[in-house]
Each structure stands twice: as C-alpha cells, then as structure tokens.
Design a protein around this ligand. Structure first.
Ligand code: PEP
Ligand code: MN
Length: 285
C-alpha cells in the first residue's frame, strides 16, 4: 500500500498546524523556535538558557536528558534529573519542553515531562519506537535519518500517523554526504518538497546540519526563506564548554543577534517571530 496519511489531503491542502500548548503551535503564522543546549548539564546552565529564551520570546526549550552518543564512553545525559530541570524551566519561564525519547520503554517517563517528543536522527528507523509514538496523543518531532532519503523519511512519518497520532512535525537536520566541510548537508530542497507534498509542519535544525557555529545563522535564515515552520537551535552559556556538540553551539549574544535578524525576514515571508503573536496558535489539536 502507498503512503496515504503523510501526504497532503486534496480536500484540505497545505500545512495542518500542530498544537504544542494552549498558546503555542507549529505550522501556523508564528514561527516555532526551539532553542537550548545539546544536553542538559546543570540547573545553572539551563536557567541561563531559559532567561535568554524568555528575553528573545522563544516558545520552547530543548535539551537532551538521554543522549544518543556515538561512543558509549561519552556523556549519556542526566536522565530523569535532566527532565526535572527542563520542567522547572517550564514552570518558571513558561517554556514548552522538547526533549529526545530514545526508546519505547522511555515513553511513560517522557509523557510526564515532555511537551514534544523528539525522535533523533539515529532513531528514525526505529520502527518499534515509531509505532509506540503512534499510540500516544502528544506531539512528536521526527528528525530525518542521518542518511535517509525523503521517501524513507516519509515512511517513518507514516508509522506515527498510522497509529493515530496526527500531531507530527518533521525536522530536517542535514544528511551525510562526501563533503565534510560541514557536519552534514542541509537539504533545503527537501524542506521545500516536504512543505509542498505533506500536511505536516516542517522545522529545520541548522545546528546539527552545520556542525560549526559560524554558519548556523545563515542556514537558519535560508530555512525561513524556504518556508520552514520553525527552527531548532543549539545554544549554551559557554559554548566551548558544552559537553556535547560544542562546535555548533551559539553564544547567547549570537543567538540574540540571529533572532533580531530573523524578525524582518519572517515578516517578509508572511510569518511572525515572537510571543506577542502567540494568540494565533491553534485552539484545537
Ligand atoms: C540533538 O538534537 O541533540 C541530536 C542528537 O540531534 P540529531 O538526532 O539530529 O543528531
Ligand atoms: Mn546536539
């Protein structure tokens, strides 16, 4: 059988917004910005991040509490303690929480703490996880696999939708190529195809695509220019000291500059950036 749920419905063309909270949605007029560290490291780190997000009217905080690391000897994340810290930021700063779920066994725990369940690139082909996420009724942010074709990405999306969970957001985060000058290659053509052919909101993660902080802002702007519904950006109070993905982490100053430069660009694209526009969030799932 061919894909039937992820593609645009002829009678309801365009992007169907996904409700993240009563005031935040992805896929409507507001750009949905998610920012934060690669990994939750400490309360001090996360508080500094949350304050920066609040100043920049960012809707969601990110941070891995369970980290999929290439080496088993690298920092694996703070676990539930990290999830608790993310929730503290939610309570204190009104931020919604996006964090990675690595296995189906973690889903019950994640249901308590996450507003959006992130499926990492390395897990895009984890069909048991995708099936289990199809059973829940919470937004899922599905990252494209490291070397997945758009067609494979859409099949992965179909798994979640087929289970009955229609709160699905797709995330392009760069794909592997022969060229290693950037960590991955950001597939903006793919973003455009996803926007034109699926009903799911599409966000872009320029941080993991670039792997180097000097071009994150350029890629973020390009993503908004191509019609992305949101951005996921890694930031850190002391970028070089990040326990993971230090090379791509933006400082608070660089992040603030990026947000300021995105505002007019968002307007030119018929979008809004900032919490004052939150009233346009969809009211129903
Ligand atoms: C992350 O968002 O920190 C992450 C691990 O990303 P990806 O799955 O895209 O590599
Ligand atoms: Mn990371």
């Amino acid at each position: 059988m061919s894909k039937k749920l992820v593609l645009q419905l002829p009678d309801q063309p365009g992007t169907h917004p996904v409700k993240i909270s009563d005031t935040v949605a992805c896929g409507g007029k507001d750009l949905w910005i998610i920012a934060g560290p690669c990994a939750v490291e400490s309360e001090e780190q996360l508080t500094a991040v949350a304050q920066t997000l609040q100043k920049n009217q960012v809707q969601s905080i990110r941070g891995g509490a369970f980290k999929p690391r290439t080496s088993p000897y690298s920092f694996q994340g703070m676990g539930e303690e990290g999830l608790k810290l993310l929730n503290k930021m939610k309570d204190q700063y009104g931020l919604t929480v996006v964090t990675e779920v690595m296995s189906e066994t973690q889903i019950p725990l994640m249901m308590e703490y996450a507003d959006v369940m992130q499926v990492g690139s390395r897990n895009m082909h984890n069909f048991n996880l995708l099936k289990a996420l199809g059973e829940i009724r919470k937004p899922v942010l599905l990252k494209r696999g490291l070397a997945a074709t758009i067609d494979e990405f859409l099949w992965a999306a179909e798994y979640v939708l087929a289970g009955g969970n229609d709160q699905l957001i797709l995330c392009e985060r760069g794909i592997r190529s022969f060229d290693t000058i950037t960590r991955n290659v950001l597939d903006l053509g793919g973003v455009s195809v996803l926007k034109h052919t699926t009903h799911c909101p599409v966000v872009v993660d320029p941080s993991h695509a670039a792997g180097r902080r000097d071009i994150v802002a350029d890629l973020a702007k390009a993503a908004v220019g191509v019609g992305a519904d949101g951005l996921m950006i890694e930031i850190h109070p002391s970028p070089d000291d990040s326990v993971s993905d230090a090379d791509q982490a933006l400082s608070f100053d660089s992040f603030t500059k990026l947000m300021d430069s995105l505002r007019p660009l968002a307007e030119a694209m018929g979008r809004h950036l900032g919490t004052e526009q939150r009233t346009s969030a969809v009211k129903t799932a």
